[in-house]
Design a protein around this ligand. Structure first.
Ligand SMILES: [Zn+2]
Length: 68
């Protein structure tokens, strides 16, 4: 099991829907809200080339996490 770095929930990486690759690490999240929060904190969405998940994510970036 992986740990959601935003809220601390356990996430099963085998059927994880929300994940972000940073450098050589993969982070898993319980919800898109947590994923966006992580990316916001990591500064991923502010710089760097567009990644596949940036094209998929279309929600406002300032939405706070409301995963559970
Ligand atoms: Zn979460």
């Amino acid at each position: 099991m992986a740990i959601d770095q935003v809220c601390g929930m356990e996430v099963d990486e085998r059927d994880a829907e929300f994940m972000t690759h940073v450098e050589h690490e993969t982070f898993y999240f319980c919800s898109k809200a947590c994923q966006e929060c992580f990316e916001e904190r990591a500064g991923i969405r502010k710089s760097g080339p567009a990644k596949w998940w940036q094209r998929i994510l279309k929600e406002p970036k300032d939405t706070p996490p409301k995963c559970h």
